[in-house]
Design a protein around this ligand. Structure first.
Ligand SMILES: [Mg+2]
Length: 318
């Protein structure tokens, strides 16, 4: 059973109530607690030593990542975070200076975004450290772009550059795209949005499934991070779909924490112009479009190819 199959089975055991606008299955839960013009966003996320960070990682960046992952999900709802709670699990022989370093990393990021760390809990945990964060924030009432909102004909955009997040260290020191997410929702009719944690191919599939649509992405339009090295030469056309190619890495590696979103195609030029003006240092790429049906295909000079996914991405020549 995969993690996603397990979540599907658990979902029926998670009760809802009248104030829950969006329950399990999006980047944040969305709650209507009676705030004028605002909905509440609610998110939790955990990172575990040896899984999400190495034991010798810089404590500042461990703390940064723990909070930044939650803030990235708030960004994907076009929201503004406000408060966090921290649950810290520690082995008995913990190093106090290391733990202080972790909290200093959280503090630095929290202060930059006006987030209060309003409490928490410590517990012992054999062998390894873990951090579980819960974050609340708000978004405009009725203005959260959900995974389920993509429509055939929408243009598909992604921020930044993708791939090699683990080796380059970007999985630790990335900046959650909060200003970008809020600006997009304020100025454009964003139909669907998600942050990239599982890799572009995997996260796009979440959007397509929730929206009951397909997509065609353009191989040449994928913004590959300059740090990505592929065993296959880009010029060797036949090998550009190999498991170790730069394109495959950019599509499948994960932990990029960039924003992937859709909007009506007619808005694309206005968006690119305004983006250039507002965020001149962050790349924005139109990588394809949403289509009817349910197929995800990659188009290059030779035509479209299906993009399949089972844990990792495998490309097949048609
Ligand atoms: Mg997410």
């Amino acid at each position: 059973m995969t993690e996603f199959e397990l979540i599907d089975r658990l979902r029926v055991l998670m009760p809802s109530n009248a104030s829950t606008q969006v329950g399990p299955g999006d980047d944040c839960a969305v709650l209507d607690l009676g705030l004028a013009d605002r909905w509440l966003l609610f998110k939790t996320d955990a990172i575990v030593e040896g899984v999400h960070f190495e034991v010798n990682a810089d404590p500042l960046w461990i703390g940064h990542k723990a909070l930044a992952r939650c803030l990235s999900d708030v960004a994907a709802m076009g929201g503004a975070p406000s408060h966090a709670l921290v649950t810290l699990g520690l082995p008995r022989n913990f190093d106090a200076a290391r733990v202080e370093g972790v909290y200093a990393g959280m503090k630095r990021l929290a202060e930059r975004h006006g987030v209060a760390i309003a409490g928490g809990e410590t517990t012992s945990n054999p062998e390894r450290m873990f951090l579980s964060l819960a974050v609340i924030g708000t978004a405009g009432r009725g203005r959260c772009p959900l995974r389920s909102g993509a429509q055939p004909g929408d243009a598909l955009f992604v921020t930044g550059e993708l791939g090699d997040a683990l080796e380059s260290g970007r999985h630790l020191n990335f900046e959650p795209r909060l200003a970008e997410g809020q600006w997009l929702v304020e100025h454009f009719e964003i139909h669907a949005m998600i942050d990239l944690s599982d890799g572009l191919a995997g996260d796009l599939k979440h959007v397509l499934k929730a929206s009951h649509v397909g997509a065609e992405i353009l191989a040449d339009a994928i913004p590959i991070h300059p740090a990505v090295r592929g065993a296959s030469e880009e010029s060797a056309e036949k090998r550009s779909y190999a498991p170790d190619s730069r394109l495959t890495k950019a599509l499948s590696e994960g932990e990029d924490y960039e924003l992937l979103f859709t909007l009506p195609e007619g808005e694309s030029v206005r968006l690119l112009d305004a983006w250039q003006e507002r965020f001149p240092n962050l790349r924005l790429s139109c990588i394809g479009k949403i289509s009817p049906g349910s197929d995800l295909v990659v188009r290059d000079r030779d035509g479209p190819r299906p993009l399949t996914l089972d844990g990792y991405v495998h490309f097949q020549k048609p």
